[in-house]
Design a protein around this ligand. Structure first.
Ligand SMILES: [Zn+2]
Length: 285
């Protein structure tokens, strides 16, 4: 198995023009092939692939991993696995595998899924095939191109000085709280989405939205755009539909929240608490 280190770089690319030595990661649905010994992603080279006796349905170029071309292999349902490996759902690896692995797994799973769901043209219904140059499925009957899609979402930590607004979504397990989030609708700006979503979900207004960072979230194909925002009035009232509980929490007594190692929600919370702890928040007294 091939191990990555903290200096490994991954570059997203759609066409393998360099044709370097190949490295493979292996996917079946939302599961990834794991090395039983290291409990990390099993990355294999050409020789290991050749002797593995795995049955592969499709093969997808993902990008360049240092001086290698990285490919994702989609396993047939009945395929055998290599010795000393097993399949594990991607979700269970969150927070365990390092960031570099998260990025390549996220891209691989999404591309395999897109390929699977784009077998037929949405315009004329004909069968499609992979375009020779573009990362797209192509309909030769009507020239329709189907590119991989991502759905942009906003995720926002609303604060009021020492207090953080956190919510419990009906779908969350137990007493887990998180920041507010929602999909960007067609025709909307990001700023409009933030104001609309927060008002819809908890009935308050916000101001001073500041971009923090983003995260690819492949469940199924989202791009989370993280923001900090300040409370600007209104009475807190969860919509009762998506959000069943929403409350203000002092930064020193937070409920159970996602860790920063797993999600951008956790990183938004951690970054704000760090700011308060250092007492360098602009305008904070
Ligand atoms: Zn067509």
């Amino acid at each position: 198995m091939i191990s990555l280190n903290s200096k490994t770089t991954f570059i997203v690319e759609n066409t393998d023009n360099k044709k370097l030595d190949k490295i493979f990661l292996v996917i079946k649905g939302e599961e990834l092939l794991i090395d039983n010994v290291s409990q990390n992603l099993a990355l294999i080279d050409n020789e290991q692939y050749k002797w593995s006796e795995m049955s592969v349905k499709t093969e997808h170029f993902i990008g360049y991993l240092d001086s290698n071309s990285l490919y994702a292999l989609e396993l047939e349902d009945e395929s055998s696995l290599m010795a000393e490996t097993s399949l594990k759902p991607f979700r269970t690896l969150l927070g365990i595998i390092p960031d570099i692995y998260f990025g390549i797994c996220s891209r691989s799973i999404q591309l395999v899924e897109w390929n699977k769901k784009s077998k037929y043209c949405g315009v004329c219904g004909s069968e499609t095939s992979m375009h020779s140059i573009e990362k797209a499925m192509f309909c030769k009957e009507c020239n329709n191109l189907i590119y991989p899609r991502i759905s942009p979402c906003i995720i926002v930590l609303v604060t009021d000085k020492e207090r953080l607004l956190l919510a419990h979504n009906k779908g969350f397990p137990g007493k887990m709280y998180s920041t507010l989030a929602g999909f960007i609708e067609v025709g909307e700006t990001v700023e409009e989405t933030i104001k609309r979503e927060i008002f819809e979900e908890v009935n308050i207004k916000v101001k001073n939205c500041q971009y923090y960072g983003s995260q690819s979230w492949p469940f199924p194909s989202q791009l989370m755009l993280g923001f900090h925002a300040e409370y600007d009035g209104g009475e807190l009232k969860p919509d009762g539909d998506e959000i069943d509980i929403a409350d203000w929490f002092h930064y020193q007594s937070l409920p159970e929240v996602p860790p920063g190692s797993i999600s951008i929600s956790g990183r938004l919370i951690e970054s704000y608490v760090n700011k308060l702890t250092k007492k360098d928040l602009p305008g904070f007294t």
